[in-house]
Ligand binder design. Structure first.
Ligand code: SF4
Length: 279
């Protein structure tokens, strides 16, 4: 067991549930690296998890406090915790692309609107892989999946001029970044900035699924070939339609620019109690 896993992950949860060769363990590790480089310990972070491959891999793995929610509910639970916990306690949520951008999206948008101090890390495996490999809103156009045997043709939220992170920016998020897990230390730097932001942060971490996306869309289960495919398509920030490339980098950093939800609520309640507000 590596030092990092020994320090932060419950021994019975190592090596985790991800398939052999999956990039999900690397994604999990990137978050631990960021926590470690920020000098945070078990008592400094409360870790929430969603549903799917990402939820299974990270569920109750953190040696400190943890919680889990069904699709989208983990943001609502984190909002309640944010009100109950001291501001210095960091809330980190690891969820999948379905949990964040489709099934749970309305909850996510409202957490961004309120600028609730939490860091959402979206482990994006480009579709619904835990249920056998169906297409979702981040599945690249043309991908063959269980539910798109002739290739995914619907508009998605990362190509054709759309970007789901721009929707979150308009909703009020104060830090937004996207990376693949194969970009070395870059995602760790973004995760650190996200965790430090006293407001709503989201980092999308795209990772290779070897069992379903690799086999169905790329025609191989060979991790080296699949990882090469991801590397070839990874680009920096691109204005407009990135075509079939993954646009990566910090897309929005307005850290500290908006009042945070729990601080605003405490101020509001105090002003009501002082009789400064009237119905
Ligand atoms: S199904 Fe795909 S994404 Fe899920 S753990 Fe296996 S390889 Fe990873």
């Amino acid at each position: 067991m590596s030092d990092l896993l020994e320090k932060y992950v419950r021994p019975e949860k190592n090596p985790g549930t991800a398939c052999k060769g999956c990039g999900l363990r690397l994604a999990h590790r990137r978050v631990l690296e960021a926590i470690d480089e920020l000098g945070l310990g078990q008592g400094d972070v409360v870790w929430g998890t969603g549903i799917g491959c990402s939820g299974r891999q990270t569920f109750v793995t953190w040696k400190g406090d943890t919680f889990a929610g069904t699709h989208g509910r983990v943001y609502a639970m984190a909002t309640g915790l944010r009100l109950a916990l001291p501001p210095e306690k960091r809330l980190i949520l690891t969820v999948g692309d379905g949990d964040a951008f489709t099934i749970g999206f309305l909850h996510l948008l409202n957490a961004a609107r309120r600028n609730v101090d939490m860091t959402v890390v979206v482990f994006d495996n480009l579709g619904y892989q835990s249920t056998g490999g169906q297409y979702g809103v981040t599945t690249p156009l043309g991908s063959r999946t269980d539910s798109s045997p002739y290739g995914a043709w619907e508009p998605n939220w990362t190509q054709g001029g759309f970007d789901v992170l721009r929707i979150l920016k308009e909703a009020g998020a104060t830090f937004l970044a996207r990376h693949t897990v194969l970009q070395g230390h870059e995602p760790v730097e973004s995760l650190k900035r996200a965790i430090r932001n006293p407001g709503f942060s989201l980092v999308q971490l795209i990772y290779p699924c070897v069992t379903h996306y690799g086999v169905q869309a790329l025609g191989t289960r060979d991790p080296a070939a699949i990882y090469d495919w991801f590397r070839e398509r990874t680009a920096g920030l691109i204005e407009g339609d990135p075509g079939d490339r993954f646009t990566t980098g910090i897309l929005h950093d307005a850290s500290g620019s908006r009042v945070e939800f729990s601080a605003a609520m405490r101020d509001f309640v105090a002003s009501v109690q002082k009789g400064e507000r009237h119905v």
